[in-house]
Design a protein around this ligand. Structure first.
Ligand code: ZN
Length: 226
């Protein structure tokens, strides 16, 4: 009985949410969807091999789904700067539909600083991973912490400056790592997931911490490259 009442309340609540916050396609404005089929078809997917220079030597492989332009650019802008949290699920579905998902033991989000998280209300990488984890049945864990609130990497053009900006800004989540290694073992593969990649410096810094703490292989997966 209590379960039925709970489901009715949940149903009414969902209807109210849809009335108060109706959703529209972020690209063309079509009602009832955040990304309509027509706009989805405009996305330029590409098979991509990232130029793995010496400066991103901690990453074993990088997979990028599409270019940072058009519909994808609007999607990410609304996600990160207008805090439309449900876009995380759409991004996860785009990635899942277009990537031959590599086998791995764990998904790990790129952390953001707690000040940035409280301002935005969520960590965009974690929101993508929550949905990806459901789609792939691969568990996820916040294995990394952002110690310093650094400038946005996207606002810095010079590659050297980007690396200086990130230096010593990430750390391992001490309370999670030993438990995770017991579960997945030392021969484990982890996928780091991010929305946008530029030079790969952020992924590389995070991969360095993971490898220094016992993870064997790290794959970087991003929706788009800028
Ligand atoms: Zn549309």
């Amino acid at each position: 009985m209590i379960k039925i009442i709970f489901l009715i309340i949940k149903f009414i609540f969902q209807i109210l949410i849809e009335i108060i916050f109706p959703c529209f396609c972020i690209n063309c404005g079509k009602k009832d969807t955040l990304l309509c089929c027509n706009c989805y078809e405009q996305i330029e997917f590409f098979s991509f091999s990232f130029d793995a220079s010496k400066q991103i030597n901690y990453i074993d492989e990088i997979i990028i789904v599409c270019k940072y332009q058009g519909v994808i650019k609007k999607l990410i802008h609304n996600f990160k700067y207008k805090s439309v949290i449900n876009i995380g699920d759409i991004i996860a579905r785009i990635i899942y539909r277009s990537v031959n998902f590599p086998s791995c033991d764990l998904l790990v989000p790129i952390p953001i600083h707690k000040n940035k998280k409280s301002k935005r209300g969520f960590n965009q990488s974690e929101e993508i991973i929550k949905s990806l984890s459901k789609l792939t049945n691969i568990p996820y864990e916040n294995l990394l912490i952002k110690k310093r609130n650094t400038k946005s990497q996207m606002s810095i053009r010079n590659k050297e400056e980007r690396m200086i900006n990130l230096a010593d800004s990430f750390a391992i989540n001490e309370s999670a790592i030993s438990q995770i290694l017991t579960k997945i073992g030392h021969e484990s593969t982890v996928i780091l997931v991010d929305d946008v990649i530029t030079t790969g410096s952020t992924l590389n810094e995070c991969a360095k911490i993971l490898k220094n703490n016992g993870i064997k292989k790290v794959i970087g997966l991003a929706l788009a490259q800028k």
